[in-house]
Design a protein around this ligand. Sequence first.
Ligand code: GLA
Length: 698
Amino acid sequence: MRASPVFARLDGDRTSVVWMACGDALDCLYLGPPLAADEDLVALSNAASRGRHENQPDIPPTGGLLPDPRTGWRGPLLAEFAQDRAPVIPRWTGLKIETSPDRQTIGAGWRDEDLALTLSVSWTIGAGDVITTRTQFLNAEDRGLRATRCASLLLPLPRGFDHVTHFAGRWADDMRAERVRLTRAGLGWASRGGKPGFAGGDWLVFDDAGSGAQLGFHIAATGDHEVRIERNDDGDATLVAETPIPAPGASMFTTPDALIAWAPDPDTLTHAFHINARERLTRQYPNPPRERRVHFNTWEACAFDFDEARLMRLAEDAAAIGAERFVLDDGWFKGRSSDRAGLGDWTPDPVRFPNGLGPLIARVKALGMDFGLWVEPEMVSPDSDLYRRHPDWCLHAEDRDRSTMRGQLVLDIARPEVSGFLFERLDALLAQHRIAYLKWDHNRDLFPAAGKQVRQTLALYDLLDRLRQAHPQVEIESCSSGGGRIDFGIMRYCHRVWPSDNNDPVERARIMRSWSQFLPLEVLGNHVGPSPNPITGRRTEMDFRAKVALFGHMGVEADPGAMSEHERSVLAAHIALYKAWRGVLHAGDWYGLDHPDPGIFAQMVVHGDKALALAAQTCFSAAFDTAPLRLEGLEADAIYRVTLPRPWPGKASLYLPDWQTWESGLTLSGRALMTQGIALPLTHPETAWVIALERLPQ
Ligand code: GLA
């Protein structure tokens, strides 16, 4: 006879989770919209249970959160073990379920008495109703038993979630969304470069085409990971997300977190992730840094081609267009004349800076800006003093060639003397100079890592943590050749991320749209680059570049001295627009606006009685008159004043009828704006409009 079920539930504002335990088996019975407090959970489980079918064990295996292969389950397992290389299948018994006093966490634990093993899983519902899951494993006695895998999450996907959007990508082509159907063949992604990488399946959105419901997933692992979806003949799909075991034979460990969130529609899912990210940021920076200051970054302005005098001029030009932070990117440290040398020698280059960084920083400060600095601490160039002094500090295999990538090697930062050196150098820089921000880069894969990837990630967290504690006011950005290392794990220590090296607005509009589904605009750096773009070669108008860069943490990465007077004034006007609207963009609710024209990327942010929208046309439209843009997130019965803030796109504005109306403003109901929308000239490629809305007092 089956044991009678025991239930545990988590209830958020718009999500309920119900776990059901039967004997030692545990399943997630329900994950969806809120259930009434008195919902009959026995009836709910009866409604979900199925009879036996042909070609199945006589007692059909339940799968669930800790599937047991002894029951005939052929799908993926939560954890696997071995002794002397032979697989060992523990007999998990004594299931205990606990709910935390604040009712935010449910946990389940099992033991195998004979093997002295303990395994537990916990799910915590947090800000935005995002659920954080993790698994913990304890091997109490050393009997030569090892965990060979242990997943952060094994989730039987609720039925109906038959499609998944994953993000393919590569350097400079980050986060290319692809929606695919879950087939019996299953799906899988892996990141093996010691960082989340560009296409590791670490961000997924499942959707139920019938109801429109969404299930978002993320694994907050800053290093390698594997994510798989397996579907069996019965039609059950299981999502498994895991990272490598930290050290073979470890007697205890806790997996990185996995995040899941259920939402009735895509916008609500985005809000869930944004609320969660904002809450984490507030915890991390309890005295919130000032508003996101406009960056001026030297990389695409001058790359390695600078000396102190040129930087002083750039700083003056940057301040003149409204920049608030001057970020000195790569090239400032000893011997760094190209990307082939210097990494590891974190002192100012004596040729470029005969008097150190002091005079430049003083000038930047005098111009009213903060100062920021690029570093890539985990790396070393073979051509560097550090490498010459400590050739054994890098990851390497004895008697093998040391293969470089971008001319560099990786430091073994899990060695205390290596991370101690890095802490000392960075701490000294931050203590000596008024540095408000570090752009923390990471431009190669970790190899040969021989099982050291996890230690490397943990050592990175530790180094970042020590620096954050010693310099709590310093903002840190996570960059890895663009968006190669963006996850909620590293974001415990970072204040912003660099979504892509690609500043071409045609590409950037798409890339930002993808990231914005998970991360709020204030953490996503977004810069105006030069034209032609150094990566794509495309030439674009300043108006288009600046409008696309407005929706994010805005910056400029181009030499103002190389711009025409007109370009500079267009850019300055957009920077002023950003400053006027960042309070809305960085605190409000983000909506991705759908448009039938596939070239149009549109979004808006609503905050209090204000909203700002962007419609960016990247292609040449098939229709002369593109469909009106329908807004979202407004109050249907409220009345809004709608204006098109200047500057306007030159050519497209000639097609605006009654331009005076758009300048003084139309008044329309939220309902009209959300159902009929507004028609804008968006036929020509590389045209963007910003739409400002203000709710009028009733
Ligand atoms: C990486 C970063 C860029 C820039 C360069 C400097 O590619 O992603 O933004 O900082 O390094 O070398």
